[in-house]
Ligand binder design. Structure first.
Ligand SMILES: [Zn+2]
Length: 303
């Protein structure tokens, strides 16, 4: 685990990357009755409460100040990892773990205690498989953000397709698709496909966001149909994978297991990932083309 650059917590500097490191580290410990933190880089009351709780229980500080300082006692204790995998391991083993994580887990992946356990059990089994975890815990608002990502992507691909040679019917279908998408635009209406998860923040009402999801879902079906019928992949200089992603299904926000931490998005050799995860007891394996969405509601099967 990399060390923090500035202090985190009550009255701390609270730089976003540092807050993430601390939130991730806290989630490796069982802080019952407190639940896992969203790793969002924002130091709110829940993060501070978790730091205090950790200081009392795991560091043995009688009057916890709710702050983690670089190189300080609380940070050193956080750095030992969880009770489950940190203690008793040699420094070499921990370094190997860190190395494996750096290779197999995108740093933007958000984790709860559940996600962390899943990831820690899964990545040693990747072996030579081309696989990298690119998504973990997603809060409700992050799941709606994902809808916006797909919304923007589909609109861009629809606009691009309208520049290709099309017969009348296909052109009409795509024009209708583009205008129905524009009719349910998020606020702001662009930037989702070029920013990290959760950015920019959409100011739509919940009602508008849900309607966007409905329009997106049927729009993706239309786009997939026209792509086939008009042979768009052949006509375009863009990759076939981009057309597949635009048409790929997107999970219903609020219902996805990303909200409870039981789902992971894994990128790489899709077929290999699917068979590995099925063999390990995945309760759902779903090919989203750009990655495989897997859910382990019952944890991982014994090796
Ligand atoms: Zn997913």
């Amino acid at each position: 685990m990399s060390d923090i650059q500035g202090s985190v917590g009550q009255g701390g500097d609270n730089a976003e990357p540092d807050v993430r490191i601390v939130q991730k580290a806290l989630n490796r410990f069982d802080l019952t009755p407190l639940t896992a933190l969203a790793v969002d880089g924002r130091c709110g009351p829940r993060t501070i409460e978790s730091i205090r709780h950790f200081q009392t229980r795991n560091v043995g500080i009688a009057n916890p100040d709710g702050r983690v300082d670089p190189g300080g006692r609380t940070m050193r204790r956080l750095d030992t990892g969880s009770g489950e995998r940190g203690t008793g391991q040699s420094p070499e083993t921990r370094a190997a773990d860190r190395q494996l994580r750096a290779e197999r887990v995108d740093p933007r992946v958000q984790e709860t205690a559940v996600t962390t356990r899943l990831i820690d059990h899964l990545i040693p089994r990747f072996g030579s498989l081309r696989a990298k975890i690119i998504g973990g815990f997603l809060s409700d608002s992050d799941q709606f953000w994902k809808v916006n990502y797909h919304w923007e992507y589909l609109l861009t691909m629809t606009e691009h397709s309208l520049t290709l040679s099309l017969d009348r019917a296909d052109q009409t279908d795509l024009q209708n698709l583009a205008s129905s998408l524009r009719g349910c635009a998020p606020t702001p209406s662009c930037g989702y496909t070029s920013s990290p998860v959760g950015k920019p923040v959409d100011n739509s009402s919940a009602e508008d966001a849900l309607r966007r999801y409905q329009v997106l879902r049927s729009g993706k079906e239309t786009f997939g149909r026209v792509t086939q019928r008009a042979d768009l992949k052949k006509k375009s200089t863009r990759s076939a994978a981009m057309f597949d992603l635009a048409a790929a299904p997107v999970a219903s926000p609020g219902k996805s297991k990303h909200g409870s931490g039981y789902a992971l998005d894994i990128q790489g050799d899709n077929n290999g990932i699917k068979s590995l995860c099925s063999g390990l007891g995945a309760t759902l394996v779903f090919d989203e083309k750009s990655h495989v969405h897997v859910e382990f509601k019952n944890g991982l099967a014994a090796p």
